[in-house]
Ligand binder design. Sequence first.
Ligand code: SF4
Length: 250
Amino acid sequence: MALKLEVLQVGGWKPFSLVDVVGKITFTVWACGCNLKCPFCHNWRQAEWQDCMGWEPLLFEKELKDAKEFVDMVHLTGGEPTLQPQLVKEIAEISKKHGVPFSLNTNCTTPAALKLVDLADHVATDIKVPFEELSGLPPSTAKTFWENYLKCVSKLARLGIPVELRVPVAKGLTVKHLDTIKEIVEKFEPDKVTLVINPLVTEPLTNPRDKDWCSKYCHKEGHLSEEEEPIWRDFAKSLGVKYKIKKWMD
Ligand code: SF4
């Protein structure tokens, strides 16, 4: 699954971000490439290796040095960063060299993710259910990737590092899979988890990969419906973990 690229590819970075990890100021880097085809993906151009540029570690290090006293962590997201293991290793190494915790956002479905999470001080990952529908993969591939995902989250639970578990909520669909979400959250010590309930949104708030899919399953209003919101709130409370229900618009 890991690719051999002449030059590692990123979409860019932002020295200060308040929106990528709940409650944290992050220095966020976007990796290019992804192995999934999530229909709601709003970063799909970078996920498909478009709008990318060559990785410049020296420039990144210089900008991190300037920003480090103001940020809580470096957050590497994507795309799926573990398609470029060398990029993950370099960013983890530079972050540690400057005393900044390293946070990895991974979809946890690649064999490389299982090893690379060892380098992270914090991991963010989605709980995409139903997986086949939300990953956009054919059934045979989806089955294998879901098995990889379950191995990866079990390992994260064993490592005991803080995690942000993000639930992309497809309207009327994800709510039917609360049992699966509960099983995954309960693998972790409750104090290690921040659960993020993330209603999927569509145009004009974002530019999803599959607009037809999103016209059916995404939240045009930018937030959960009045019917679904209390269900998700009660569910999140029942798990006994920190949680946030995202609103893109009130
Ligand atoms: S895993 Fe993330 S980056 Fe990859 S297609 Fe899905 S939403 Fe997009």
